[in-house]
Design a protein around this ligand. Structure first.
Ligand code: C2O
Ligand code: CU
Ligand code: CU
Length: 464
């Protein structure tokens, strides 16, 4: 940690200058690496406190071949900066809203006091020109992210999303490590964003026409031949699922949102729904260029017939690694099955209202008319999520991890029990998710296709 911090410090004066001009992005940590995320400046000398300034504002960005676009950014970059910390650190964020509309900052996947969660259920909106200080302890290792929780479909699409990497005691060692933020935006030829909520984007969530890896169009990711590569991948898209494959490469899937699998497994596809994270390793092939492919995946309404896309190119080059770090085969088991929980049934569905508009519902109601679920503090509960609709919904719970106990009655194998905060509930199926509600307050849950959440598929759990 201390080395990383020293690097951040030296970058700080340049960063402040860049931050003054909204058109100039702050420098990346390694200027030679166009895909490096911008490290945020930690201005607190205490090694156990990360204290940062975060500003949401309008910025200009060049996406590939289109003219410059007006985006909304955290500290001038899209995606926003990366916050680096270690388990147990206190994070203090001095947030300022320089956008023309209200916003909040939600800390996706982080277990924190409800007043710091940034959901409108617990926090007054930060008005234009307003400020708010977020202050909480990072209890868990993992890759998390932050994004607005007001008009999420628009504010996230316009660029507001940043990463928090929290290092823990059990970090796998790799020859190279990267964070990859996958996204897509829908841009018109003149570089502007179209109106979001046309009927098709409302149905499936808006899928963009421009794929981004760490904010870059037509990204090239470099790896060394034979290296044991660790990628930590986050999907911040509004609606797109990424079904990733590199021809000839096996993913060693180490973990996901909030933890590692007791037994990592190998797969040739890695499916990542909006807001999910995966921690993977693989052994890089020999020198050359291969594609990181996004294969079709059927999440409903004929989406399985989509053509494959090239998400990025992987350039394998440089000095080869003769003896790569071994890929991990086991982690300490952390996931457990809580005893005797009571079930809370939540049915997800889509419907058309009297005016002929599409609505997304929980137990037949549209948020904010979905009745609040009451849970006593420290109670273990099963969320029984039944997806009655013809499409998948990535279900997300704020403030707590859950374990997927079963899918359509089939129990999850012990070695696949893992802490999740977002999970795909496939069409016409039922998942049982177990969690212990050990933090009081009002907590939101919703589909993480942002158009579905804003369209009503959202609710609140009150822990008293
Ligand atoms: Cu990342 Cu309520 O969401
Ligand atoms: Cu969240
Ligand atoms: Cu949904």
């Amino acid at each position: 940690m201390s080395t990383a911090r020293r690097v951040l410090r030296t970058a700080s004066s340049a960063f402040v200058l860049a931050a003054c001009s909204s058109a100039t992005p702050a420098p990346a940590s390694d200027p030679g690496d166009p895909l490096a995320l911008t490290p945020i400046v930690d201005r607190n000398p205490d090694p156990n406190v990360v204290e940062v300034d975060l500003e949401a504002k309008e910025t200009q960005k060049q996406f590939g071949r289109t003219p410059v676009s007006k985006v909304w950014s955290y500290n001038g970059t899209v995606p926003g900066p990366i916050i680096e910390a270690k388990v147990g650190d206190r994070l203090i964020v001095h947030f300022r809203n320089a956008l023309p509309e209200s916003t909040t900052v939600h800390w996706h996947g982080i277990r924190l006091p409800a007043a710091m969660d940034g959901s409108p259920a617990m926090q007054r909106a930060v008005e234009p020109g307003g400020t708010f200080t977020y202050d909480f302890v990072l209890k868990d290792a993992g890759l998390f992210w932050f994004h607005p929780h007001m008009r999420t479909d628009v504010q996230v699409e316009k660029g507001l999303a940043g990463v928090i990497r929290v290092r823990g005691a059990e970090e796998p060692s790799a020859d190279e490590e990267r964070v990859l933020v996958l996204d897509d935006v829908r841009l018109k030829d003149d570089g502007t964003f179209p109106t979001y909520l046309d009927d098709t984007s409302k149905m499936m969530g808006r899928q963009g026409n421009t794929l981004l890896v760490n904010g870059t169009v037509d990204a090239t990711i470099t790896v060394r031949p034979g290296a044991a590569v660790r990628w930590r991948i986050l999907n911040v898209a509004n609606g797109r699922f990424f079904n990733l494959r590199i021809p000839g490469v096996q993913w060693r899937v180490l973990g996901t949102d909030g933890g590692h699998f007791a037994k990592p497994y190998d797969a040739d596809h890695l499916l990542i729904a909006p807001a999910e994270r995966y921690d993977v390793m693989f052994i890089a092939p020999g020198a050359g260029t291969v594609d990181l492919v996004g294969d079709p995946y059927d999440r409903g309404h004929d989406s399985g017939k989509d053509a494959p896309v090239v998400v990025a190119r992987v350039r394998v080059g440089g000095a080869g690694v003769a003896s790569p770090k071994p890929l991990p085969t086991a982690f300490a088991a952390t996931a457990r099955r809580p005893d005797g929980p009571v079930a809370i049934p939540l049915a997800l569905d889509e419907s058309t209202n009297a005016a002929g508009e599409l609505a997304f519902t929980v137990n037949g109601a549209v948020y904010p008319n979905v009745p609040t679920v009451m849970v006593p503090r420290n109670a273990a509960r099963i969320l029984q999520i039944e997806n009655k609709s013809e499409m998948d919904h990535p279900f997300h719970l704020h403030g707590f991890f859950f374990q997927v106990l079963s899918t359509n009655g089939v129990p999850t194998a012990d070695e696949r029990l893992v802490a999740k905060d977002t999970v795909i509930v496939p069409m016409k199926s039922t998942l049982k998710l177990a969690t212990v509600f050990d933090e009081p307050g009002m907590w939101m849950y919703h589909c993480h296709i942002n158009e579905h959440a804003e369209g009503g598929m959202m609710g609140e759990i009150h822990v008293e």
